[in-house]
Design a protein around this ligand. Structure first.
Ligand code: GAL
Length: 472
């Protein structure tokens, strides 16, 4: 059973919210001088998610008449926090040139509208929609990206610091890289494989881009501090506890440990210990990879002292060493037969609690925001007689919030929780088929219908007694 009262740290009221990202919800693909992003290119020019599947309209959230209705629904649910992203190519259409006053005015009005409804903004600067011009110049693989991002972050801080005091610099470098790999496979006509654990062939490329994303974040954080603005600045990293299957061999377990290094410790050790994990560096070096990492990079990242850790948690990943792999790093994700799973993997709230315990014990108990947690299950988002009984999502949320609460009782310093997502929206290369929202969206009419999960989450937020049985 949960109530708001016991979940409130002394410093500030616990933030109960939901999360979204610009490209997944906004539409308005060329409204008010927006430049093009890599995702406009993937989904509109190249149709990589299939015909007609793009963010050109999405859930029409750039339209004020629409978003005001959506804010009203979230207010009714009692949400006190909304994590959203602003679009870099709206703010700086060609990535590096002058800022676009119309886009700044739009987001300032949006933030004012949110606050008027009693909902506090958590502003993400980068949720994957890189300006196309910069993507063509190499994107995050180019070390210049550190300077590009710092310039963009300065524009954002200068224009929003008086209204926003909580920023997410970048979202999920790991999953963004996996999406890019999938997009590139689809460009060749292959269906492609969504490999969240980097394959051996992309280990060096992944680590190189992660280093640049972390350095870019550190540069932005230093700039924020130097300007003397008040607020908290951090990153949202996807953390994936690594598990092995029942028949795991020592080689599988070794692969899982290294996968943990690549997906989790790479980011956490840099941010909280100022160094990259030795086992990952050794594995990459043994493969003859040039990571382009300079001796001081990890220390620079640690010295940035991010104000909080943003955790996106969906599932643990089962890891094995692929059969016949060449010597050295090789890791593959899989789902053991009979595992209960959502779109994003095995449903394991116990692993959420264990992850939060690990952050407390191994990383000095930093302030944490859950920047994303949520689920979608095939077939359960049907609108029948004006209702959506998303029982499995509802239970997923209740169980994961329970796990978070247990970790907090053990001392984890969690300051807020954001469901992915408030609304059904565009799931990147998977199009509109996989829904994650607590609010159902009819993608043809833009009609909104709160689901069962919205009602139960609202009860949690309002401190009413809730158990898994509340989900039916
Ligand atoms: C995350 C991502 C979100 C959303 C979510 C649901 O990895 O940050 O944008 O797509 O997964 O799968």
């Amino acid at each position: 059973m949960f109530g708001t009262a016991s979940a409130e740290p002394a410093e500030e009221p616990f933030r109960w919210g939901a999360a979204s990202a610009a490209y997944q919800v906004e539409g308005g693909a060329s409204a008010e001088g927006k430049g093009r992003s890599i995702w406009d290119h993937y989904l509109d020019d190249l149709s990589l998610a299939g015909p007609g599947m793009s963010g050109a309209v999405a859930i029409n959230f750039y339209d004020r008449a629409q978003y005001l209705q959506d804010i009203a629904l979230m207010k009714e649910m009692g949400l006190t926090s909304y994590r959203f992203s602003i679009s870099w190519p709206r703010i700086i259409p060609d990535g590096l040139g002058p800022a676009n006053p119309a886009a700044i005015a739009h987001y300032r009005r949006f933030i004012a509208d949110l606050k008027a409804a009693g909902i506090r903004p958590m502003l993400t600067l980068y949720h994957w929609d890189m300006p196309l011009s910069l993507a063509k110049a190499g994107g995050w693989e180019n070390r210049e990206s550190v300077a590009w991002f710092r310039h963009y972050a300065d524009v954002v801080f200068d224009n929003f610091h008086d209204e926003v005091d909580l920023y997410v610099l970048v979202n999920e470098p790991l999953v963004e890289r996996a999406m890019k790999q999938l997009a590139e496979q689809r460009m060749t006509g292959a269906p492609g494989e969504f490999a969240i654990v980097p394959p051996a062939s992309d280990l060096a490329g992944s680590l190189r881009t992660f280093n640049h994303l972390l350095l870019a974040s550190a540069a932005a954080k230093q700039s924020f501090d130097a300007k003397g603005y008040k607020g908290r600045v951090g990153l949202a990293v996807p953390l994936f506890p690594t598990l092995t299957g029942p028949d795991a061999t020592p080689a599988d377990r070794e692969a899982a440990t290294l996968a943990d290094g690549v997906m989790n410790r790479w980011f956490l050790d840099a941010m909280y210990k100022g160094r990259y994990p030795a086992d990952v560096l050794a594995a990459a070096t043994a493969m003859g990879s040039d990571l382009g990492i300079r001796p001081d990079d990890a220390a620079t990242i640690g010295a940035a002292r991010f104000d909080y850790l943003g955790i996106n948690f969906y599932a643990p990943l089962f890891i094995r060493r692929p059969a016949g792999a060449a010597p050295g790093y090789a890791a593959q994700m899989f789902l053991p037969e009979g595992t209960y799973a959502a779109y994003n993997g095995a449903v394991r709230p116990d692993q959420f609690r264990a992850l939060l315990d690990r952050i407390r014990v191994d990383y000095g108990n930093p302030p944490v925001f859950i920047t994303e947690n949520g689920a979608g299950f095939p077939g359960e988002d049907e609108l029948v007689d004006g209702a959506v009984n998303d029982t499995q999502r509802c239970r997923y949320l209740v169980d994961h919030i329970g796990a978070m609460k247990a970790a907090m009782d053990d001392g984890s310093d969690v300051r807020g929780y954001h469901v992915w997502s408030s609304h059904d929206n565009l799931e990147w290369l998977f199009g509109y088929g996989s829904r994650f929202g607590m609010i159902h969206v009819d993608f043809d009419t833009q009609a909104r219908t709160p689901k069962l999960s919205a009602r139960v989450y609202s009860d949690i937020v309002k401190g009413k007694p809730v158990t898994a049985a509340s989900c039916g």
